[in-house]
Design a protein around this ligand. Structure first.
Ligand SMILES: C[S@@+](CC[C@H](N)C(=O)[O-])C[C@H]1O[C@@H](n2cnc3c(N)ncnc32)[C@H](O)[C@@H]1O
Length: 159
């Protein structure tokens, strides 16, 4: 199977938290946190035996990159595995909207920060997820694994 990997990230670290993502001091993510250059990222995955020819980087803020123009350019068919690792509610909303058309039965979605914000379903990735599945009733997400400290994954079933 000819599989490709697409890596969407600002490469400038976290955006400034706003709205629901900034309502308390304890769980604020700091602007610029996790910044990593594209070169460092590529070096790092190459050292872990990833074939760079199979990886396409899409650098930039999601509001600029998760667009119809990007879809036309990338020509992604369907997704096998989607890793959502952007912590914030405001960042997860456009991610879920973007991936919707690439889902198929069996797509695995991993939320790296599912249990952030003390596991509060009204914050972060969980809030975005619950709003998204309410909007797209044909998407069922079957509980799969929990992983690490904060992660949870689902298997997609479409009706
Ligand atoms: C916890 S880090 C994870 C990075 C990477 N997945 C890893 O495991 O090393 C969260 C990442 O989300 C990215 N991010 C969060 N909100 C974003 C947004 N609105 N647009 C682009 N990138 C965003 C940040 O740049 C940051 O690199």
């Amino acid at each position: 199977m000819d599989m490709k990997f697409y890596a969407f990230d600002s490469f400038e670290g976290m955006p400034k938290s706003k709205g629901i993502d900034s309502v308390d001091n304890i769980y604020q993510f700091v602007e610029g946190q996790y910044a990593c250059t594209e070169e460092h990222f590529k070096d790092s995955i190459e050292k872990n035996d990833v074939n760079l020819n199979k990886v396409e980087l899409v650098p930039g803020w999601f509001e600029d990159t998760l667009t119809e123009k990007t879809k036309d350019k990338l020509k992604i068919k369907k997704a096998s595995v989607i890793w959502v690792d952007c912590d914030l509610y405001a960042s997860t909303v456009p991610v879920l909207e973007f991936i919707t058309q690439y889902l198929q039965n069996g797509t695995i979605i991993c939320f790296d920060d599912w249990f952030s914000f003390l596991g509060n379903p009204n914050r972060g990735e969980q809030k975005a997820f619950y709003e998204w599945i309410k909007k797209y009733s044909h998407i069922k997400c079957i509980d799969y694994h929990t992983f690490g400290k904060w992660g949870k994954s689902f298997i997609v079933s479409l009706s």
